[in-house]
Design a binder for this molecule. Structure first.
Ligand code: UDP
Length: 478
């Protein structure tokens, strides 16, 4: 048996967003199952939100720890929380400059402080696994003499576009949304991508926001100093992009991370909002008949968009589950749904604030997903063979849409022009849920799913890359 003294110890720090925390937790469990000691760090706000949303939450318990159950099965995962510099009640929105400024410029001081305490207490800590979106990992890794592993939770294509931001600028494709249509064909490993498919932060007309500064500091500058980059991507889906990146830096695609532990992870609470039970409602519906609608944890819609989607759902006559997250609209009030909406949908629709998405889309009665194209949602949809209607809002979602609709042909665009219209929404929903074109999507989906499934088999790329990463890390640590 390996002595505890010899076990490698890694500290993991995800960005405080739902779509980042989930893959980090999957990775933590996998590494712990391979003999790593893990210290997992969440912000106090995220910790508070997760524990308050958990069905097992006991308000009298002050020492809630999301890994308590995982430890009972022998995994050595410690847990710590850190201030992001704001009080718990502060409204943390991606539109709030004060919050973003704190995350970009103040958070690193809190990290430094906590690392000082943790690393000084345990000299065996050898490795930092931090979110690529942070701008401080190289500074912290150097200061505490840690191997610097960067974890990118989105596709390799999006990574390489940010990574080569300088080429986009030289060629006039940065911030050029309205006036260039020619394909970008000079980024290593990228065959050609139109400016309209770049992540929003590369094509927005105002390219000087705090988020732009963060991306420049992190994915363009700091990640180049990382010892290793791991990525929630699948080599079979992006072979050329990944092999070009591997010429630059040790780069390991290990996705989809939700499959890393064979779906045995329900001992760890991950949701930032309480999950409504949808399975009971789903059970009464015919096979493949329900449309699942969700825009993830960050995307916002206008009141008009939400109302138009509601009308489109009504007109489609399709059964649906709609996740209307608190805060999805900039101004949230109670009368944004069409008059009589709830009476009219009766048992045909279920509107919930948050769901256990994996349970919903894995349910046999779900036959389509109207999605904002968050990368986790796209991978989950592929895994459960659910074709998509795409309504990307910002960031990588724009580029992920291209994969789904143009490259893999496993989904349609919700609308071909803006503003969106209820008639087109209803028509697209019906096209997704039934008919010849829906069958074509399902056939293509089968092929993509096969590649993803193969990647995590014992001879698949993600399994191989994960083992290679562990081996290379071990050499670097010792
Ligand atoms: N999710 C969930 N319940 C919901 C909506 C989303 O559990 O009602 C999960 C979903 O399964 C995914 C994550 O939250 O794993 C969202 O990540 P994604 O990359 O799709 O979008 P983001 O929230 O980062 O925009």
């Amino acid at each position: 048996m390996e002595d505890n003294q010899d076990k490698p110890h890694a500290i993991m720090v995800p960005c405080p967003f739902q779509g980042h925390i989930i893959p980090f937790i999957h990775l933590a469990i996998k590494l712990a199952s391979k003999g790593y000691i893990i210290t997992f760090i969440n912000t106090e706000k995220i910790h508070h939100q997760i524990t308050n949303s958990s069905p097992d939450h006991d308000p009298k318990t002050t020492q809630d720890d999301i890994f308590t159950e995982a430890r009972k099965s022998g995994l050595e995962i410690h847990y710590a929380t850190i201030s992001d510099g704001f009080p718990l009640g502060f409204d943390r929105s991606l539109n709030d400059d004060q919050f973003l400024h704190g995350l970009a410029h103040v958070f690193s001081a809190h990290v430094d402080d906590l690392f000082g305490k943790i690393v000084n207490k345990d000299s065996r800590i050898s490795c930092l696994i931090a979110d690529t979106f942070f701008g401080w990992p190289s500074m912290i890794a150097k200061k505490y003499n840690l191997v610097n592993v960067s974890f990118w939770t989105q596709p390799a294509l999006v990574f390489t576009l940010y990574y080569h931001m300088d080429l986009l600028k030289i060629n006039g494709h940065y911030d050029c949304h309205d006036n260039r249509e020619d394909a970008i064909d000079y980024i290593p490993g990228v065959e050609g991508i139109k400016p309209k498919d770049l992540p929003s932060y590369l094509q927005a007309s105002n390219t000087t926001t705090i988020v732009h500064g963060m991306i420049h500091k992190s994915v363009f500058e700091d990640v180049k100093k990382a010892d290793f980059v791991i990525c929630n991507a699948v080599e079979e889906l992006e072979p050329k992009t990944i092999s070009a990146l591997q010429e630059k830096q040790p780069f390991y695609p290990i996705g989809p991370t939700f499959a890393l532990n064979g779906f045995t992870m329900n001992t760890v609470a991950t949701s930032l909002w309480s999950e409504s039970d949808c399975t009971h409602w789903l059970q009464a519906k015919p096979h493949g008949s329900v449309l699942y609608v969700s825009f993830g944890s960050l995307a916002c819609c206008s009141r008009e968009e939400v109302a138009e989607i509601a009308h489109g759902l009504l007109l489609s006559e399709v059964s649906f589950i709609w996740v209307l997250r608190p805060g999805i609209m900039d101004s949230y009030d109670n009368d944004f749904l069409p008059v009589g909406f709830e009476d009219e949908i009766k048992d045909r629709g279920l509107v919930v604030p948050w769901s256990c998405q994996i349970s919903v889309i894995s349910h046999p009665t779900v036959g389509g997903f109207l999605t904002h194209c968050g990368w986790n949602s796209v991978l989950e949809s592929i895994w459960f063979n659910v074709p998509m209607l795409c309504y990307p809002v910002f960031a990588d979602q724009i580029t992920n849409r291209k994969f789904v609709v143009d490259d893999w042909k496993i989904g349609f665009n919700l609308c071909d022009r803006k503003p969106i219209s209820r008639d087109e929404i209803a028509e697209k929903i019906n096209r997704l849920m039934s008919g010849k074109s829906a069958n074509d999507l399902r056939k293509n989906m089968g092929q993509i799913k096969e590649k993803v499934e193969h990647s995590i088999s014992s001879v698949g790329s993600s399994e191989k890359n994960f083992n290679q990463f562990i081996g290379d890390l071990k050499v670097r640590i010792s």
